[in-house]
Design a protein around this ligand. Structure first.
Ligand code: ADP
Length: 584
């Protein structure tokens, strides 16, 4: 209100055409990905002389360029008519809207951007350079490879096509399965083993994974986790583990904050400390082979310019999967069509797979694509706040009826949701369930953002939930009464809820709308136990290693929760070390 009064006064000064008005500062707000972005902008006439970020809660890794480069550009051009930072569209818009809002409040009319002022000087990267190891893709696999290669004595460079590092590894929940980890004994788990972890993984992927590769993953998991904890400084919860579906033991370590930000920020800090150049905005286009068939480099582009990176030891391909490429998803699995959005980072578009294929690698298991059932209908991201489902939240359709067992496999729930009216569902829980998982307090930014989007609400009673969701009240009441009459393990006559339903007769209630989204692509480059890329005949392609979601033999038909992080770190490290050795 105060700002508005100031703004009104300033507005009349400008309207009167006063040439010598003093600089004025006004606050403005826009909506980012995780809630409000508030800025204080100082204007001197129509020129922006300063922008301060007052409040924001965006992902620090993804938002970095928005608050540095984009902010500087807005100030330099005194305009919000500039391009958003790709990969951080929501945060960029939040900042631009906030500045526009401040301008409006200050009565300032911002200019259309001068396109010439936007032309940025190209970075001083040589057009042709030679390294021992070139790593492509700065997610968890790529960082692991680059750091290990450097520590094995190699001169290494890490190329990333997006403006920010992290890929899917950043936005993931980042739990990491490790048999015989240091938390298990505290929870009384003393009978886990890498063999058991491997057996669970093979079975969970319907025997389509490569047992040799899987065993390397599970037997190196503990060492990889200790490397993350002791060498990189990744902090894990000390007294808690996740128990994902398909595992016979509770074995997933949980990073602080329950996201990949904890890993990626530590990876970036270690790369900085070791002096590894991480070139963002550099897109690998084509692998280069010599006359003997060895991969010896990569052609890349940045802002339309071509660059060549020669690799004496070899290339580590760590470009992730193809979940954010809807055409490619549909091509390999026509059932996953345009109805699906994606949980994935925008750089997850799969061209790395084709690059490997053109270099002779075999691509396998491409039709195995995992969807996650409970995601934001607007952005496609996972609704972590709805993890209350693991503690008893129910899924209901627009008619107010349950339609699937809430703890079924991800693909089964996804298909069931698509069969409902509007191809969405509502997740409903109450304080009794909230008291166990506390997802609303664990994910306050989600709560704020989803509420603002109008897909989530909190109510004291069911009538209010019915009004918000437009579900017929009588049906909603009947469903919750029936659920409350069948609580406890073994009592759900309708859908056999395996953990047992929870009493829903009392509020406070929480409800959120959800749809399934593409989450993980299991297929990719065929590799061996040493992370070497293989041809269809099973021959090693010299000079080419691959690690992480770009590979296709670890997870079979279905990746078990918590196995992606184990996979990327174990094989990223193996690939980086081996490529460094090959350069000697
Ligand atoms: P993983 O979990 O296997 O490490 P991520 O999705 O976390 O996979 O990381 C893969 C990274 O590779 C992403 O940051 C993505 O933007 C990047 N990437 C994908 N394709 C290319 C490419 N052609 N050139 C450079 N980087 C790429």
């Amino acid at each position: 209100m105060k700002t508005q009064i100031i703004a009104a006064a300033v507005c009349s000064i400008f309207a009167a055409g006063a040439a010598f008005a003093a600089p004025v500062t006004a606050e403005g707000t826009g909506i980012g990905k995780h809630g409000d972005v508030t800025v204080a902008v100082t204007f001197d006439g129509n020129r922006i002389t300063d922008i301060k970020i007052v409040k924001e809660q965006e992902n620090p890794v993804l938002a970095k360029k928005v608050y540095t480069d984009l902010k500087a550009l807005v100030q330099e051009t005194s305009s919000v008519d500039v391009d958003v930072v790709s990969g951080a569209t929501f945060t960029s818009k939040g900042l631009l809207d906030a500045v526009a809002d401040a301008a409006k409040k200050a009565g300032v009319k911002l200019a259309k951007a001068d396109r010439r002022a936007l032309a940025k000087a190209g970075k001083s990267i040589p057009k042709n350079s030679t390294y021992d190891v070139v790593v492509i893709g700065a997610g968890g696999a790529g960082f692991s490879a680059a750091i290990e290669a450097k520590n094995a004595g190699a001169n290494v460079v890490l190329l990333e096509k997006m403006p920010a590092v992290g890929g899917n590894s950043l936005i993931s929940g980042a739990e990491m399965n490790v048999a015989q980890n240091w938390v298990q004994p505290k929870l009384g788990i003393t009978d886990d083993s890498p063999e058991l972890h491997a057996a669970d993984t093979i079975k969970g992927g319907d025997n389509k994974g490569d047992p040799k590769v899987i065993n390397v993953m599970t037997h190196n998991a503990l060492d990889a986790a200790k490397w993350c904890r002791d060498y990189l400084g990744v902090r894990f919860e000390d007294d808690n583990l996740f128990f994902f579906g398909g595992h016979s033991r509770k074995r997933a370590l949980i990073p602080f904050g329950h996201t990949g930000t904890e890993f990626i920020s530590k990876f970036q800090a270690k790369a900085d400390e070791l002096g590894i150049p991480v070139i963002t905005g550099m897109k690998a286009e084509e692998l280069i082979k010599d006359q003997n068939g060895r991969v010896v480099g990569v052609k890349a582009t940045m802002a339309g310019e071509e660059y060549t990176f020669n690799a004496k030891g070899g290339i580590v391909l760590a470009t992730g999967g193809f979940g954010a490429n809807p055409e490619m998803v549909k091509k390999y699995n026509p059932a996953i069509d345009e109805r699906f959005k994606t949980t994935d980072a925008p750089g997850t578009t799969g061209e790395g797979l084709y690059m490997a294929e053109r270099a002779g690698a075999e691509l396998v298991n491409l039709s195995y694509i995992q969807t996650y059932p409970i995601c934001d209908p607007i952005s496609g991201v996972i609704e972590l706040i709805a993890d209350s489902r693991f503690d008893g939240a129910i899924l209901i359709n627009q008619e107010g009826k349950r339609f699937v067992e809430e703890l079924e496999r991800r693909d089964v729930i996804s298909q069931a949701i698509l069969a409902q009216t509007g191809a969405y569902c509502w997740v409903l829980w109450n304080d009794k369930i909230g008291a166990i998982s506390n997802t609303v307090t664990t994910h306050p930014t989600e709560y704020e953002a989803f509420t603002k989007q109008g897909i989530m609400t909190t109510c004291d009673d069911l009538k209010c939930i019915a009004d918000f969701t437009k579900i017929p009240y009588d049906s909603l009441k009947a469903t919750t009464e029936r659920v409350s009459s069948m609580t406890g393990k073994g009592n759900d006559k309708d859908f056999k809820h395996r953990a047992g339903l929870v009493d829903l007769s009392q509020g406070k209630y929480y409800v959120i709308k959800a749809v399934p989204s593409v989450h993980h692509t299991m297929g990719g480059v065929r590799i061996n136990e040493k992370a070497q890329a293989l041809t269809a005949e099973g021959k090693v392609i010299p000079g080419l290693w691959a690690a992480g979601e770009v590979t296709g033999v670890t997870h079979g038909t279905n990746r078990l929760g918590g196995n992606a992080y184990t996979d990327i770190i174990v094989f990223g490290r193996i690939a980086g070390k081996a490529a460094a050795e090959a350069a000697k």
